[in-house]
Write a protein that binds this ligand. Structure first.
Ligand code: SF4
Ligand code: SF4
Length: 414
């Protein structure tokens, strides 16, 4: 296994981190035997960072990980545990402390090594500031319930920099892959945080698996032609991982692996192609070509600059366009289903106010802000037609019920 040092903490972390959100399932629950086998294999082969979160596997991931490590105490010292504060459950200051105690309980530990605030956006950060998050972060480090603090992020670059500058963070977690190098925090955000010594954890290196399994034929042909000429073989996932690891500012790449096979494959890659600055100029050129082809498939040329935001009625304009584009980038049914799922879960109003396209009242305020001159309200009508078909409201209700069940599990552990 290759390791990189997190500057701020001096800790050596494996370049591949285990994302505990896609364990194999049996009858809809975590398949314990298979998942234990995977964790054992990962740790025995050098993976020393395991990342979970309160909602993963409907609350079961933290419990499963806690049980595994208490059954195998020799592994606890070999790995760092990471989990996240769910801000959508924080209504008052005390909730943060209660939730952390619940998580310590579920994970059966006195100290969580890496504690992230989950999925920060501007609104969420402002809410947490009002509720005293800065004091909370100081308190939990001082009490040694948590070793290091950071945040995972889903908003624009300016917001990312604002949050980075707000606190003496140890690390952050951002979405980054060769398709999304300018999206959200992007390459510039990564550099900004790295210059402050923060550890950079990467999520979505394969864009939900699509850069491994659903790459369009015209791109796989370019990959194959290149590798054939140079007499070696590389799958689309190899290209994607290699590109992320190529960035020397990246500390650890998280992958939510769903089978032992996939884990073995990712460990093989981490052992062989994870050095920084590993891609040569020709390979970088090949990736640029792949990106160009993907860009041509983008239906809406939105750059996620966020200048049109906030919308007075709460539509998340860039996210609506991003998910709409996702439906057409890849050729598979699963990629389209994933976009549908995310639209419902993230914009449908499951955990916060709805931010869906159909809320647009065509006031026109956003139109003059868009540097791409996009006809935003008309495009939102398209997005709404695509995602909010008959049954959409029932899907949102179903998701809300599931989220309610999670809260029930949480109460059991408080
Ligand atoms: S036109 Fe629609 S999306 Fe644009 S600001 Fe008005 S309500 Fe929001
Ligand atoms: S201003 Fe235009 S390009 Fe920028 S996020 Fe809004 S719609 Fe997209």
């Amino acid at each position: 296994m290759n390791f990189r040092t997190l500057n701020k903490t001096g800790e050596e972390l494996s370049i591949l981190g285990f994302g505990a959100m896609r364990f194999p399932l049996k009858n809809g629950r975590i398949d314990k035997a298979k998942s234990e086998e995977m964790l054992t294999y990962a740790i025995d082969n050098g993976v020393n960072f395991i990342d979970t979160a309160f909602p993963y596997h409907f609350g079961e991931s933290e419990i499963f990980l806690g049980n595994f490590l208490s059954k195998n105490p020799e592994y606890r010292d070999k790995v760092s545990i990471s989990t996240k504060l769910p801000p959508w459950d924080v209504k008052k200051s005390e909730d943060m402390y209660k939730i952390l105690n619940t998580q310590l309980n579920k994970l059966q530990t006195d100290c969580i090594d890496y504690y992230f605030i989950h999925s920060l956006t501007k609104d969420v950060w402002d809410k947490l500031l009002d509720l005293g998050i800065l004091k909370f972060l100081d308190d939990i480090k001082k009490s040694k319930k948590v070793k290091y603090v950071g945040f995972s992020f889903h908003d624009n670059l300016n917001e990312f920099k604002r949050i980075v500058d707000y606190y003496d963070w140890d690390m952050c977690m951002v979405q980054y892959n060769y398709l999304d190098d300018e999206l959200q925090a992007g390459e510039e955000g990564i550099l900004y945080a790295a210059r402050k010594g923060m550890g950079i954890f990467i999520m979505e290196p394969l864009r939900g698996g699509n850069l491994a399994n659903n790459v369009p034929k015209e791109i796989t042909e370019i990959f194959e032609e290149y590798t054939k000429k140079h007499k070696y073989f590389q799958k689309p996932s190899d290209w994607a991982f290699k590109w992320v690891w190529n960035n020397p500012n990246v500390t650890c790449v998280l992958s939510g692996m769903g089978s032992l096979e996939q884990l073995k494959e990712n460990i093989r890659l981490a052992n062989s192609i994870s050095n920084p600055n590993f891609l040569n100029i020709d390979e970088l050129e090949i990736i640029s070509k792949a990106k160009e082809i993907f860009n041509k498939r983008m239906k809406i040329k939105c750059t996620s600059c966020n200048y049109c935001m906030p919308c007075p009625v709460g539509v998340d304009i860039p996210r609506c366009f991003e998910l709409y584009n996702s439906k057409y980038l890849f050729d598979s049914k699963s990629a389209k289903m994933e976009a549908d799922f995310k639209y419902t879960a993230q914009l449908g109003g499951v955990l916060s106010e709805p931010k869906v396209a159909s809320k647009c009242i065509h006031c026109g305020k956003c139109l003059k802000e868009c540097p791409q001159s996009l006809p935003i309200p008309d495009l939102l009508d398209e997005v709404s037609k695509e995602f909010e078909k008959t049954g959409f409201k029932y899907k949102v209700k179903l998701f809300k019920t599931v989220a309610g069940l999670q809260k029930f599990v949480e109460k059991l552990f408080r």
